[in-house]
Design a protein around this ligand. Structure first.
Ligand SMILES: [Zn+2]
Length: 416
């Protein structure tokens, strides 16, 4: 007998969770520590209690864990994602992975299917940007990327509530956070299912992909120093406009990215601060962030060199100074070949062609991969994400659930 997830129940649960934090504009607001995020936790814990007869246990970072015992092994196989959202987010980002893991546990329970390994589901704390300015918070703690000292002085930028208080209210414990490091003997494999958030599966007309790598992310803080002056009395040839120089740099960056022309290489200037930012003053300085996402070290270097050449040319042409500082150089996270194989085999069980993609978004799985085998499954979405219009079909979601179930049973046999 091949196990199947319950499509109708999955649809209902996705709908029910999407009502929590729903705004009049149609998006969902469940930022870490908000009332809606706490309500989502209560809803999930209540569901697990009522339908799975399992009590969730938060770890020190308040990640929620539910464990179904195994017959033979000590190490767990864990599936999950996150239940928080961006501002005015969609109903699938994060929630899909948590509810698919829930559905799989429920299917195992109601069919009395034993597994050798304990099966765990997890919902991570604070994956998205939040008022504490740390994203993928829960999984960073588990991976050892964040320590008590990094979190001790954090406060909510809106309410000024200390992070320690928020964490305690969610069931975590800042004092014990350094002990929460994920042990590969405790969790031998982790799989996160997530909507793709881009258009690649849509364009390929495929429902599912295994993730091969999660992209590296490189960021620079760049300050362009020009000269503030009177917007009326300074003739055009005498200006050193920092904003125009920043624009020229951004356009040169775009030309370099377009010359690379790969779907797994992107770059963005997403934040600019203009000083003094006044209607009648020529911009004197601009602070901007420049970001490159790629798994390819050589391409990263090519793009950095292109920015260096462009910056030198703009300094000479416009009489400005451009100061650059690297603020992030996060290596790509390769996903475990064991999990990729289990997924590709499951695709083939359901007559689906093999498809492997690089994730161009960051995910909790990238942090978990630092400590144990990690994998990701992408489900085709409508190409919209981090907005109310985010969508995925129940057909694809059902297929993802069934493929995950097969992957789990295969991993359960294969792993020690
Ligand atoms: Zn997400």
């Amino acid at each position: 007998m091949t196990l199947r997830v319950n499509r109708e129940r999955l649809g209902q649960n996705l709908e029910a969770l999407s009502q929590i934090g729903k705004s009049p504009r149609g998006g969902i607001n469940r930022a870490l520590g908000s009332e809606a995020e706490r309500e989502a936790r209560r809803w999930l814990c209540g569901y697990w209690e009522t339908h799975l007869h399992k009590t969730a246990a938060p770890d020190a970072a308040a990640n929620l864990w539910v464990v179904r015992p195994g017959d033979a092994c000590k190490a767990k196989i864990a599936f999950g994602s996150h239940h928080d959202t961006v501002t005015e987010g969609g109903k699938f980002d994060g929630a899909l992975g948590v509810l698919l893991a829930t559905e799989i546990l429920e299917t195992l329970e109601e069919t009395h299917t034993p597994t050798r390994h304990p099966f765990a589901l997890v919902s991570f704390t604070g994956e998205e940007p939040n008022p504490f300015h740390v994203s993928t918070l829960g999984s960073k703690v588990l991976s050892g990327r964040l320590h008590r000292a990094d979190l001790e002085h954090l406060e909510n930028e809106q309410t000024h509530a200390p992070f320690s208080e928020t964490l305690a209210a969610l069931g975590g414990d800042l004092q014990k956070i350094d002990e929460a490091l994920l042990d590969p003997h405790d969790v031998c494999a982790f799989l996160e299912c997530h909507i793709e958030q881009g258009r690649r599966l849509l364009d390929k007309n495929l429902p599912l992909a295994a993730v091969g790598k999660i992209t590296g992310i490189y960021r620079e803080d760049i300050t362009v120093h020009g000269e503030a002056n009177h917007a009326g009395t300074t003739v055009m040839r005498d200006r050193h406009d920092a904003l125009l120089a920043a624009c020229a740099l951004n356009l040169a960056f775009e030309r370099a990215l377009r010359a690379v022309d790969r779907d797994d290489v992107t770059g963005t200037v997403g934040q600019l601060l203009v000083f003094p930012n006044s209607v009648n003053i020529i911009p004197g300085a601009v602070v901007l962030t420049l970001e490159i996402r790629t798994c390819d070290e050589a391409i990263l270097e090519t793009l950095r060199e292109a920015v260096t050449r462009a910056a030198a040319a703009i300094e000479a042409q416009r009489g400005v100074q451009i100061e650059r500082q690297v603020n992030l150089n996060q290596a790509p996270a390769p996903m475990s070949p064991v999990l990729q194989d289990a997924l590709l085999q499951a695709f083939s069980d359901f007559g689906q062609p093999p498809c492997t993609l690089t994730s161009m978004a960051g995910h909790d799985a990238a942090n978990v991969a630092r400590r144990t085998r990690a994998g990701m499954l992408f489900v085709r979405s409508n190409g919209k994400s981090h907005c109310a219009g985010e969508d995925a079909s129940l057909d694809d979601i059902e297929l993802a659930g069934n493929a995950m179930l097969q992957a789990l049973l295969r991993l359960d046999q294969e792993l020690e």
